[in-house]
Design a protein around this ligand. Structure first.
Ligand code: SAH
Length: 439
């Protein structure tokens, strides 16, 4: 270890920053955040160092930086001259601030860029509200000591609480519920409380997951998933997590919804942390609403984590703006359920709204869609796009009018999920200027 990491208490102490420019300002801000009274000066004068707890130099004349470093060293005041390790008596770590929790990363001056890279990873892995968890735990400290005098028992309880639903409730902004979980665990010494997370897996690419979804996947005891969730995403799960597939594999039947609901409730009651993983967003044509209702009715705690829904992924991948100030001031997500073989959509109001339409296909066929929209008065020249496996490596797209799509679609699809976008805005964006290429 080249340097000893320590945390300095600067509250109410004096600090000196010699220099100007954005770096000097950032350093001054950082010192102020730690409670220091900061003097910022362009030129160094020895008397400025008196009573200082720490000094930093950057963006000043070489002679000033040298003088500052020498004077600070002589009087034993920790000093950092930015990017001049030979003049420093301490180095500034890369910092992840989750007040009161703080992570400091150093590379001994050898590779600050690497330290910053590591910081970015930690930033992504540690939710912003992480510090709130520490604050809530602190509220229960006295009661915990009283009820659990044994240190080991307290540790075990805290580990369970921090690793369980209490944390996720805090991260989701549900602090009152988190306190309730703390209080109940203390009162009853209750077993770990199970919880279900209805998590959106996005369109398929693992890097289109939210950070929250990624974290929950890494922590879940059980993952209940269906067909649209790809292996890239499932690979993020803990190695020893149980995986339960409830989707439809072409020939087979999927588990009936009532059975899925019952499964989720049972798993949570066993005290497990359950991730119910759904393609796209769980609340867009994903029956997430039904699962949420069932969980609520059973008194099982749950939370919903949004995902990038197919319409957004497809539009982004094809550089199609779903709204456009000139031509589309609304966007409508519809799904085509057929009833008695007929499409169950209110075509008249869809056409009248002149919103961009995103049609989640399900079992709809393009001809039915075209006929319905044309009969309701849609201009036959309206641009449209058929997008398959949007937001994944296999993504392909067909652009044209609905007539053209209907003519070309058969034999074109490769069996991936497809979505149709319709509206004047489809002709705008990058394709209009010839940048994006169609498959
Ligand atoms: N909850 C999902 C939608 C489930 S309904 C979401 O928010 O995206 C399933 C339909 O979504 C499919 O029939 C298809 O129309 C569409 N879909 C899902 N993933 C898709 C993808 N990667 N590309 C194109 N369409 C997709």
């Amino acid at each position: 270890m080249r340097h000893l990491p320590i945390f300095l208490d600067l509250s109410g102490r004096l600090a000196l920053v010699v220099g100007q420019g954005s770096v000097a300002e950032r350093k001054a801000d950082l010192l102020r955040r730690a409670g220091a009274q900061v003097t910022v000066t362009e030129r160094f004068a020895p008397e400025l160092l008196a009573d200082c707890a720490v000094a930093i130099g950057t963006g000043a004349a070489e002679s000033d930086l040298q003088a500052l470093a020498n004077a600070a060293r002589a009087s034993g005041i920790p000093c950092n001259i930015v990017d001049r390790p030979e003049l420093c008596t301490f180095i500034m770590p890369a910092i992840v601030d989750r007040n009161p929790l703080t992570v400091a990363i150093g590379s001994g001056g050898a590779a600050p860029v690497l330290a910053r890279l590591l910081r970015a990873r930690i930033e992504a892995a540690v939710p912003p509200a992480f510090g709130r968890l520490a604050a809530i735990a602190a509220e229960f400290r006295d009661e915990m000591r009283r009820r659990l005098p044994d240190l080991q028992a307290r540790r075990r309880l805290l580990e369970r609480l921090f690793g369980g639903s209490a944390s996720e409730l805090v991260f989701a902004g549900r602090e009152a519920e988190a306190r309730d979980v703390f209080a109940r665990a203390l009162r009853d010494g209750a077993a770990a409380e199970g919880m279900v997370f209805l998590v959106g897996a996005g369109p398929g690419a693992a890097d289109l997951l939210t950070l929250r979804a990624q974290r929950l996947l890494g922590e879940a005891d059980v993952i209940v998933h269906d067909r649209l969730v790809g292996d890239d995403v499932l690979d993020l799960a803990r190695r020893d997590a149980e995986r339960i597939y409830v989707g439809k594999a072409r020939a087979n039947h999927c588990l009936p919804q009532a059975d899925i609901n019952a499964l989720l409730i049972r798993l949570a009651r066993e005290g497990r942390r359950v991730v119910r993983l759904k393609g796209g967003d769980p609340f867009i044509f994903g029956r997430g609403g039904e699962e949420a209702e069932a969980l609520a009715a059973a008194g099982v705690r749950f939370a919903v984590v949004p995902g990038v829904t197919a319409a957004l992924a497809c539009a982004a991948a094809e550089a199609i703006p779903l709204t456009h100030r000139d031509v589309a001031r609304a966007v409508t997500f519809v799904t085509g359920h057929t009833r008695d073989g007929r499409l169950d959509l209110d075509f008249t109001s869809l056409v009248k709204s002149s919103a961009t339409l995103a049609v989640y296909m399900g079992i709809v066929s393009p001809p039915q869609l075209r006929d319905g929209l044309f009969a309701a008065g849609l201009d036959a020249r309206t641009p449209a796009a058929l997008i398959e496996s949007g937001g994944t490596d296999e993504q392909r797209a067909l652009h044209g009018t609905l007539d053209e799509l209907v003519a070309r679609a058969p034999g074109w699809t490769r069996g991936g999920p497809t979505l149709v976008l319709i509206g004047e805005a489809i002709g705008r964006g990058a394709r209009q200027s010839g940048i994006a290429a169609a498959a």
